[in-house]
Write a protein that binds this ligand. Structure first.
Ligand code: KIV
Ligand code: ZN
Length: 533
């Protein structure tokens, strides 16, 4: 889909009706998202992310807060020089120096926007700004007018708008509009509101603020009570025609409204909301995964739309339903958000039908008796292993068992010299001892290199996560690895492995060996098939 096909042209009367309304997606991953702990990006990384957001079809990209750092100024300027299609926006306090720094950072941009904010709530007025209501109104008037002299497109946000007296909030919005703001963004800065409340607030503002029908009202919801997406949807019902959100919902504290969730809610429940976005939804997963790689912050497995479990089914009843009709347990198609397909995860909860189905896909059509035997072996294997993959099923078909692999006898890891070193001793499938040592860029890198030398298996690490399972004296470390491994024909196959131990380095070694043993078993079975043929 080309960028122009995505239809970034907006309806002219922004708040006129909800019939087939066009909701603008304002992405603030690079500003509100990036300013939260663990999410910072270099200017080059921001540029890479901005290109992906453009591809995704967002209408506005907020690229940073130029007055806050040199890095933000550089990133905003680099993006402004390159991207022509989306509106590029930067944030400023209501201070002339901030506004001028912002305007400079946007020089050369095809569609620049200045975004000004000033707190309006009583708590912020008294404790943060130490300003009276009149001083706040005057500052909005002067600074919005100043911004408008520099750039045509100006957005104003009354910070902590949700906790502001409604009459004063309406007055602040009216002053911003009278001085040239064409977008009024109402932030739920603290993630405090509820759907009913924010919907009523938007209805109130749009029906009472002078000039409201000539501008775009926007929602900016934080997720402190887990309601950012629900509140943004309710704001749309109340007349908002722009939503500010971030990829994976990153942002201050509990984050911002998650773009992927909001967009899919509007798409899947289009008959209810009667509102569309210009997002190319098939780009949602790749964009989410790009952000994860850039900032190193994975999303939880059960995260809506982009989590690993979002389209994965393990329970027998669900798998059986899915095999008959995918609509039984899916409300959207995984392909529509960028996943290749639904995933039938075979594990302890899976039934015979799903195992038989997967075996048929692998080329094995079994008689009932044979299937009984394989299914019984499958259940036994599930007692030792959480997930059974295709390699494991092949092994079951060949009567191969999990016990025959490399086992960890001992290991030492040291991180004292210039490079970390690791030494491992394994017992091989014939019971012989094998020892190897290796250096690496850190203890885990050295450990995996030593294991690779000892087993002859080369794995390319895609993700590595360690977390604690259990509490107190019973706590154990669990390591989860995702890798790719060349299957010998030039193709590579993905594997996931888990290891648990009181020591997280040992848990990592066990996870690595779990995968290596499955790779070796798959190779043995492939060789046996060649001999049999
Ligand atoms: O949450 C907030 O209030 C903000 C504003 C600066 C828009 O991010
Ligand atoms: Zn915010």
């Amino acid at each position: 889909m080309s960028t122009s096909d995505r239809g970034r042209a907006f309806e002219s009367s922004a708040n006129a009706s909800t019939d087939g309304a066009r909701v603008r997606i304002f992405d603030t991953t690079l500003r509100d998202g990036e300013q939260s702990p663990g999410c910072s990006m270099s200017p080059q990384q921001k540029l890479v992310m901005a290109r992906a957001l453009d591809e995704l079809g967002v209408d506005v990209i907020e690229t940073g807060f130029p007055a806050s750092s040199q890095s933000d100024r550089e990133a905003a300027a680099m993006i402004a020089r390159e991207l022509r299609e989306p509106t590029l926006c930067v944030l400023s306090r209501c201070l002339p120096a901030d506004i001028e720094a912002s305007a400079r950072a946007l020089e050369g941009s095809a569609k620049p926007r200045l975004h000004l904010f000033l707190s309006t709530s009583p708590l912020h007025r008294e404790h943060k700004l130490r300003m009276s209501k009149q001083q706040v109104l005057d500052a909005i008037a002067t600074n919005v007018a100043h911004a408008r002299r520099l750039v045509d497109d100006v957005e104003f946000s009354p910070e902590d708008g949700i906790r502001t007296e409604h009459d004063f909030l309406a007055e602040a919005c009216a002053v911003a509009i009278a001085n040239g703001a064409s977008t009024i963004n109402v932030p739920d800065t603290l993630g405090y509101t509820t759907p009913q409340e924010i919907r009523a607030l938007f209805e109130f503002l749009i029906s009472t603020v002078p000039g409201a029908r000539d501008v775009v009202f926007s929602a900016h919801c934080h997720n402190d009570l887990g309601m950012a997406v629900a509140n943004s949807l309710a704001a749309i019902e109340g007349g908002a025609r722009q939503v500010e959100c971030t990829i994976n919902g990153i942002g201050e504290r509990a984050g911002n409204c998650a773009l992927e969730e909001l967009v899919m809610a509007l798409k899947v429940r289009n008959a209810w909301f009667e509102a569309d976005t210009g997002i190319d939804t098939q780009r949602l997963l790749p964009t989410s995964q790009l952000l994860t790689r850039l900032i190193g912050m994975p999303v939880q497995r059960n995260k809506a739309i982009v989590g690993a479990n979002a389209f994965a089914h393990e329970s027998g009843i669900h798998q059986h339903g899915m095999l008959r009709h995918r609509g039984t347990y899916e409300i959207m198609r995984p392909e529509d958000v960028g996943w290749p397909d639904s995933q039938m995860v075979l594990g302890r909860h899976s039934g015979r039908a799903a195992v038989a189905h997967r075996l048929r896909a692998l080329g094995y059509t079994l008689e009932d008796e044979q299937l009984d035997q394989v299914f019984a072996d499958f259940k036994t294997l599930c007692e030792q292993q959480r997930v059974i993959d295709d390699g494991d099923l092949e092994a079951l078909m060949h009567g191969d068992t999990r016990g025959e692999g490399f086992r960890l006898a001992s290991m030492t890891v040291s991180d004292r010299g210039q490079r970390a070193s690791a030494q491992v001793e394994l017992s091989d499938p014939d019971g012989k001892r094998v020892s190897e040592s290796a250096l690496g860029d850190g203890p885990v890198d050295a450990l995996f290199a030593a294991l690779s030398a000892a087993t002859g298996v080369k794995l390319t690490l895609e993700s590595y996560q360690v977390h604690s399972v259990g509490i107190g004296a019973d706590a154990r470390g669990e390591a989860n690895l995702s890798v790719r491994c060349d299957d010998g024909s030039g193709d590579s196959r993905g594997y996931e492995g888990t290891g648990t131990s009181r020591d997280i380095i040992e848990a990592s070694a066990l996870a690595w060996l779990d995968i290596a043993n499955r790779v070796l078993r798959a190779r043995r079975n492939a060789d046996a098939d060649v001999v049999a043929a």
